[in-house]
Ligand binder design. Structure first.
Ligand code: ATP
Ligand code: MG
Length: 297
């Protein structure tokens, strides 16, 4: 694709919080893979698409240099490297993927003297996300010192290395275990599908678009239900109002029964037994709910 390859490459985290969900999503988008012996590479068996298994921090760089056309990475990593990289072309975020949710938050020692973000002025804040933190401090017009730590950021206050930390949080259990309290959120993040900013040939562009559409389809299909029923035509407005529906239902006439219709509606996963009982009460018959496996808009 770039550099004369004839197969597309998708970069995915090798082992970590995003690995399983990323590969699962690619499978739901219809890709089948065979692992290489060194487990660094998954060979696509049914499309000219391979998966490169790497550290998540390497994914933006692989996209910028064009070694991979697509990647699945946390928005936090993508934005950090975009800000740190300055002028260089950055990967393009195509889709939010609905997993890997977390927030980059500033936390301070429990029971300490830092009570509002204004109190951070003049203090030291430890983080593995210096560019995102510096950007946030600039926007808030707070002058504080950013201390770069590669890991174990949460113990920095106890070691006397910093007064506060700026780190990723999901449940907050790690903060609590270290007697830290969340002060404010710097960035909300989740896994995104990102694309290389490098120009590609027509075949690669087409394949990237096709995969993007399939992945979007796998995401929107997840949890969707197809509702089918028959009902008196007069009950249609009341039935339509009741449905947790994503779009207007399709309504079909029935041969020899001018007062009745058949209806199909795409609903969200919140369609439950109570909805079905209400539908019956409104005169619906033959009510059927089917899981939607995949969808192409
Ligand atoms: P690698 O070895 O690939 O560099 P890592 O240790 O940097 O792995 P993980 O801890 O697996 O990365 O996290 C990967 C991503 O998962 C994060 O960048 C973030 O987007 C997301 N994530 C979700 N919840 C959390 C959390 N509680 N802590 C850290 N990351 C989280
Ligand atoms: Mg990493």
């Amino acid at each position: 694709m770039n550099d004369g390859r004839d197969r597309l490459r998708i970069a995915v985290q090798k082992s970590g919080r995003l690995s399983e969900a990323s590969l699962d999503l690619l499978r739901r988008a219809g890709l089948a893979f065979r692992a290489s012996r060194d487990k660094l590479f998954l060979y696509g068996e049914n499309l000219p698409v391979d998966v490169l298994l790497v550290r998540d921090d390497d994914i933006p760089g692989l996209l910028v240099e064009g070694s991979c056309e697509l990647g699945i990475v946390g928005r936090n990593v993508l934005d950090e490297q975009r800000l740190a990289g300055g002028e260089a072309a950055a990967p393009v975020a195509l889709l939010d993927l609905g997993f890997g949710g977390c927030r980059l938050a500033i936390a301070v020692p429990d029971g300490g003297t830092i009570e509002s973000i204004g109190d951070l002025a003049g203090l030291r804040i430890a983080t593995s996300y210096p560019a995102l933190l510096a950007d946030w401090l600039r926007a808030q017009r707070i002058e504080a010192e950013v201390v770069l730590l590669a890991g174990s950021v949460e113990i920095a206050p106890r070691l006397g290395k910093a007064h506060a930390i700026c780190d990723l949080v999901s449940s907050g259990a790690t903060l609590a275990a270290n007697q830290l309290r969340e002060l404010t959120t710097v960035l909300r993040s989740e896994a995104v599908l990102a694309a290389s900013p490098r120009p590609r040939g027509a075949a690669a562009t087409q394949l990237v678009e096709r995969l993007g559409a399939r992945i979007a389809g796998a995401l929107s299909g997840a949890g969707a239900r197809l509702l089918m029923l028959q009902a008196p035509r007069a009950a249609l407005p009341a039935i339509t109002r009741l449905l947790p529906s994503r779009e207007a239902p399709s309504v079909l006439g029935l041969d020899g029964r001018p007062d009745d219709v058949a209806m199909q509606a795409l609903c969200s996963a919140s369609l439950d037994w109570q909805h079905l009982e209400e539908l019956k009460r409104l005169g619906a018959r033959g009510v059927m709910v089917l899981n939607v496996e995949r969808m192409l808009a």
